[in-house]
Design a protein around this ligand. Structure first.
Ligand SMILES: N[C@@H](CCC(=O)N[C@@H](CS)C(=O)NCC(=O)O)C(=O)O
Length: 226
């Protein structure tokens, strides 16, 4: 139900991405929220290679996702999750320590885990053959292991970061699952189980299926004939 052509909420994603990115584009985080709470949204799928001319007026860094909610417009998937949670009163406790916990973990996904993981991605996926990558790799692996260890300890006796499932888990599971190509969770069974728990949720599965259904190879860049 959430993908609904005349819905008030519009989520912008891509109409095609290279295979390594399919299923990981960050509009998935907003779609996942909508699926969890049954909030209808329409999708706007743009070209990653040929974005609308004025796209930076909607997303200053030229990226996705962007959310439109009537007159309101937001970029940054974390801000979008927060907006949707506040709008619906779901997946974010209303007040007190419970709310503070969810906000803290939400920001930690974006500020304390994703950047370290991204540094390792830059090394392993995009620059693995470079000399600087060989020199930098051990330090980054150590830093990421420390973050994962701390997170594993926080999750040792609970299923979800804030107690109940929340927007912090949408963000953190999304960040951690994108480390799969790095094989970085191998030493952290608690985190592997957490990611499995999150991605087994029917709402995640529906959101993923809808993102994948939006990719169309007809929009792939045409290769020059050799
Ligand atoms: N911090 C941003 C990151 C957005 C982002 O990295 N978007 C990627 C897709 S997941 C993108 O549009 N990449 C294509 C580009 O930068 O041109 C968020 O969480 O929304």
């Amino acid at each position: 139900m959430p993908v609904t052509p005349d819905a008030d909420i519009e989520i912008t994603g891509y109409n095609w991405v290279p295979p390594f990115a399919a299923g990981f584009v960050r509009d998935l985080r907003a779609r996942w929220f909508c699926e969890e709470v049954g909030l209808p949204y329409r999708q706007r799928l743009i070209s990653v290679m040929d974005k609308p001319a004025d796209w930076r007026s909607e997303q200053p860094f030229g990226q996705v996702p962007v959310l439109r909610d009537g007159e309101i417009h937001l970029f940054e998937s974390g801000a979008i999750l927060l907006h949707l949670a506040e709008k619906t009163g779901r997946l974010l406790p209303a007040a007190g320590q419970a709310r503070a916990d969810v906000l803290s973990w939400l920001f930690s996904a974006y500020n304390s885990v994703e950047p370290v993981q991204f540094e390792l991605t830059a090394i392993e996926v995009f620059n693995s053959d470079k000399e600087w990558a060989r020199l930098r790799r051990p330090e980054v692996q150590k830093n990421l292991h420390k973050r994962h260890k701390a997170l594993g300890e926080a999750l040792a006796h609970r299923d979800w970061l804030g107690g109940d499932f929340s927007i912090a888990d949408i963000a953190m599971v999304s960040v951690l699952r994108s480390s799969a190509p790095l094989d970085a969770l191998g030493n952290h069974p608690t985190l592997t189980a957490y990611v499995e728990r999150g991605t087994a949720r029917p709402a995640f599965q529906r959101a993923l299926a809808d993102q994948m259904a939006g990719f169309d190879d007809r929009f792939a860049p045409k290769r020059e004939k050799a």
